[in-house]
Design a protein around this ligand. Structure first.
Ligand SMILES: [Fe+2]
Length: 307
């Protein structure tokens, strides 16, 4: 029938132990072999050793063997090599060298979390009690992996691989600089950004609401203020609330809530976003290191390639 979600990402970093400890703090549940699980999506992050930080692999969910066959044919038309098995198709993103596996998997059915009561003009949804968002005592635990964002030295070729090859839909474009792509009803599961070097920009993790975006970031920053990157704000593309933090390897990780969902492709009009809209709708100004991470130059020269 179709692609329906992002199953997992594999992140390569020089120091697996330090990065693993960070994602445990972030609220992912450590499992064996440096796999990490979300509350609803199961194992969705794998951390492996590499010389420089990068996105090693992405797994995408498909409904059935027909989807794999269609994807194999589309990749062949693009001249991209793929290996078609009974339950999965393996290929490689041609610009960055990232492995991509499309595999048959059940659709993720998330339990409905009741809407958080927020008061508004003429609307008292929370009479005589404090806001529940900050009375919660449990640590924030992301529900699922939302998206992965990577830099590509040829963003148009990378976007074409996902859209024309794998069958992702284009939700919006950043004019001349990138594309938001989806393989589910979420506004984006992949964002390809033009960059002078291939690198993992960020992974993004769904939490219940804006209070959990704030609560999660607040807990991460307690005693570790250097983890702060950018937030709290709201994106234009996808509409989601966001707060970005930085792991010890230099990858950003985002808590998000309230992303646009596209149930009917015909009812969504992609836009070419220009200027600040490509980045956000409101929030503090993004730090220069958000678009150009501090280690970009070092990654370009391979200055800290360890293996
Ligand atoms: Fe994001």
């Amino acid at each position: 029938m179709s692609l329906h979600g992002l199953l997992s990402v594999t992140m390569g970093v020089p120091d697996v132990a330090a990065t693993a400890a960070y994602y445990a703090d972030f609220g992912l549940t450590p499992e064996e072999d440096n796999w990490f699980a979300t509350a609803d999506g199961g194992r969705q992050l794998h951390i492996v050793p590499t010389g420089t930080r990068r996105l090693v692999e992405m797994r995408v969910a498909a409904d059935d063997a027909d989807d794999l066959g269609r994807t194999a044919a589309s990749l062949e038309r693009l001249g991209v090599v793929a290996e078609l098995g009974e339950a999965a198709l393996d290929t490689t993103e041609p610009v960055t060298g990232m492995r991509v596996r499309v595999e048959i998997a059940p659709r993720l059915a998330q339990d409905t979390v009741p809407a958080t009561p927020y008061n508004g003009p003429g609307r008292i949804d929370r009479p005589a009690v404090r806001a529940p968002g900050f009375l919660r005592e449990h640590p924030v635990r992301p529900r699922k992996l939302g998206h992965a964002v990577f830099g590509s030295t040829d963003h148009e070729a990378s976007a074409s691989f996902f859209a024309d090859g794998l069958g992702f839909k284009v939700s919006d474009r950043i004019k001349g600089a990138g594309a938001f792509l989806r393989c589910s009803t979420d506004h984006h599961n992949v964002l390809v950004l033009g960059a002078p070097v291939s690198f993992l920009h960020h992974t993004s993790w769904q939490v219940d609401d804006i209070d959990d975006v704030g609560r999660g970031a607040f807990a991460m920053l307690d005693g570790n203020p250097e983890r702060h990157v950018w937030g709290l704000g709201r994106h234009y593309a996808g509409s989601n609330f966001f707060w970005y933090l930085k792991d010890p390897a230099g990858n950003f990780s985002e808590y998000y809530s309230d992303m646009d969902c596209i149930l009917d492709d015909q009812l969504w009009t992609p836009e070419d976003l220009e200027g600040a809209r490509g980045l956000y709708a409101w929030g503090p100004p993004p730090p220069p290191s958000f678009l150009h991470p501090d280690d970009l130059a070092a990654m370009m020269t391979g200055a800290h390639v360890a293996s």
